[in-house]
Design a protein around this ligand. Sequence first.
Ligand code: SAM
Length: 511
Amino acid sequence: MLSEHDILSIPEASRWASAYLSRNVLQSNINYLIQYAKINKILRDGIACVSVLELKNYYDSNSRNKSQNPLSFANLREADTTKHVHRLHPYKGKFIPQLAEYFLDSHTDELKKEVYFYKGDWVLDPFCGSGTTLVQANELGINAIGVDISEFNSLIASCKTRGIDLAYLSRVIDRITELLAVFVQESGILQFDEELTAKLADFDSKYFPTVEYKASVRDKKIKEREYAAEKEREFLKIYEKLTKKYNVRLQNENSDTFMNKWFLPNIIEELKFVAGLIEKINQTEIRNMLTLILSRTMRSCRATTHSDLATLIEPMRTTYYCIKHFKICKPLFSILKWWKTYSKDAVERLAAFDKLRTDTKQICLTEDSRSIDLDSVLRGKKIDGVFSSPPYVGMIDYHEQHAYAYDLFGLPRNDESEIGPLCKGRGTEAKESYVIGVSDVLINCKKYMKPDYNVFLVANDKYGLYPKIASRAGMKIIELFNRPVINRTEKDKNPYSETIFHMIDNGDAND
Ligand SMILES: C[S@@+](CC[C@H](N)C(=O)[O-])C[C@H]1O[C@@H](n2cnc3c(N)ncnc32)[C@H](O)[C@@H]1O
């Protein structure tokens, strides 16, 4: 039996807290408490630990506050925030589905008193990104229109929401997989990869035996950097011999495009082969879904190290010492494995969402929300409200994050119409242009909304721009919801919080 004076490792603390609170407390939740100095980190034999007493005090004193902020969603697991179609394709900058659900849902309880949308309503997301609002609106029986300036983002949103014949999709996937397997076999890359994998396994088990090696690094018996560099050089000789033996090309003729820079020649050939097969498919929904699966596959096959997957640094075309896995790792030489994995995953996710899908309309459009004309879509109907998350100032280039897909599929880009992109920075001019951009979107949205509309914008307004945005758009902020963000869907663990601005019309007819 544990006493309050016990010290627990992070996995133990997660188990203890789960039992204590009768809900799932993840290791990442405990790490969060340490990171934010809510509790102290105690080092025991080089391992991070925490005190049961401190944890208990923390939970006891916070239990009341926690229940007062339902928007922290502290008890959600990653599987909840990435449920069904929400993980069909990576997308940096999305909010979690539970946030959209909270504001769209007409159900109330002691934590949520107000209702803003009802079944059968129409909600607009003028910055729809990967379609989180649209998917949740569908689940709740609400119609939705999503607009995004980036064609690839609208494609993600549309694939998530559009119903599709899954039996037919599975048959097409099987056929493509068969043809790809033959293509890969004939290229000879598998034989090279098999020999390389076998040699690498021998080498790693000899020089980087997992537990012993990690312990030696931790106890400073091995100087990791020098030792790893020496072994990396040693294995590179084996790698070079093998690439010569199998005549494997490592460089593209030029690195003018994102694809040529970040993908090995063999991977590009396989990608182009599958893209060619997809192009011949007549049914738009099936073609789009396969495009998405191939794009997800492509993203996982970039020539980068395991530790740089989130932020690409330099292309990696050789074997290398991997600081994530503490051994020598290799780049990927074929897309086959990921294609199979993601095809299966996509069908399963779509099938899971089919069980929840309601008979509502979800419309995805690629356009600039400052000027889009929705008359032909709405045909006299009026929008009940907006639930959206505009880009944050100077944070993300939304086209560029999927540059690989734009290259492979030759999609048109509209980067210069993005509001608040990373490439324009966070200077005074960028902020001014952001205020004008977001408020112009709201002004345009107002044309299509009922007079008593509700607008909810999720933002991290560290520059205090939203009061100006609301005022310029002829709206007033009537409520602010603060949300500590502790369960981000991306791997980026930087802490931050968001505000949900609730705006309504300011009633000034002259606006
Ligand atoms: C923060 S993201 C939205 C993410 C979304 N809530 C989700 O969960 O996937 C903002 C989106 O606004 C889009 N955007 C930027 N400028 C735009 C414009 N002028 N018109 C329409 N969409 C725009 C970006 O392409 C990006 O996908």
